[in-house]
Design a protein around this ligand. Sequence first.
Ligand SMILES: [Zn+2]
Ligand SMILES: [Zn+2]
Length: 396
Amino acid sequence: MSLITDLKQRALAAIDARRAELVNLSASLHAHPEIAFQEFHAAQLLCATLEQNGFAVTRGVGTLETAFRADCPGNRGGATIALLAEYDALPDIGHACGHNLIAGAAIGAGIGVRAVMEQLPGRVVVIGTPGEEGGGGKIILINNRVFDDVDAALIVHPSGRTMIGRGSLASTRLNLEFSGRAAHAAAAPDDGINALEAVILTFNNINALRLHLRADARVHGIITNGGSAANIIPDFASAQFSVRAATQKYADEILRRVIACANAAGIATGAQLKYTAKPGYAEMISNSVLARVFADNWRALGVPIDELRANERMGSTDTGNVSQVVPALHPYIAIGPEGIPGHTIEFRDAAISDAGHAGMLNAAKGMALTAIDLLGDPGLVQQAKQEFANKKPGRS
Ligand SMILES: [Zn+2]
Ligand SMILES: [Zn+2]
């Protein structure tokens, strides 16, 4: 038996031995959903588990209180492979994106690789990345140099299908605030400036734009404040939009046009517009070298992998930003029936089901075996980096 095969078997055994602990960890997160940057229970539990399993844990990295980094060095210098954990929930509906399973998978993978690290060069790190749902936690960690020494990054997200190499959309959040002038809506409407009408016109202007956007464009929004009473002309109204496209470049172009829609609404109504655009989520560059190694490992484990469709539907993730700075892979593991939509009660239920935890274990194993391949063969990391360097410049 080759050394790598032997190490892989030991890593798998270490993960299987911790099955109950990993399921309990995931269940505890699911039972205590915490929204972006409030993940104190989750961060504490994940850090304690990693420490008990021999990692050196630094809490609060990259200026984020609920971020962490857990390191385990090998027996000599080599590549640094990062396993990424997410653990934030959604407002109101809890773990409807299944990030409890992402956390369990990353911790399980870390434990598996840690079990054989004394026979491997390099370093395995588990990075706790809070605030994926709209907060862009990974962008903050990148900007604060938490990924500087990382050679490749792996994460697995739950889904209705098992997919390797699916991309993600670039995405920017836009907040609009219109200020008008209050007036009695029946006795003196002519004295008022209607901020709500400016919001409604913004939506209508964007709808007029839609036909002229490419098929990959997504513009969707909500009214966050529409006034306080029907008999008062609203002097303040606000809305939030998400602007997405296959590339950051095109998303930026759409963003400019959406802001023009809001400006036009301000001119038409006389309301004053203030807007803020939050740093965007970049599109995912899936590294095909990492994808090939990952797919081989999942196949060896008997995990069925679904074919990517020509027009695969996609969301956005701040792992896209990670993929812009290091070779990265963001596969999906099925935890429920095909077509089960994310951010729903059904998905939240799947994220605590037996199928959910079976998926989590397969995700952990896939990441652990891939990390062992990468640490054991510096040539693979070089290939991944070469492809990354070739794809970076001139991407559009
Ligand atoms: Zn989500
Ligand atoms: Zn998610």
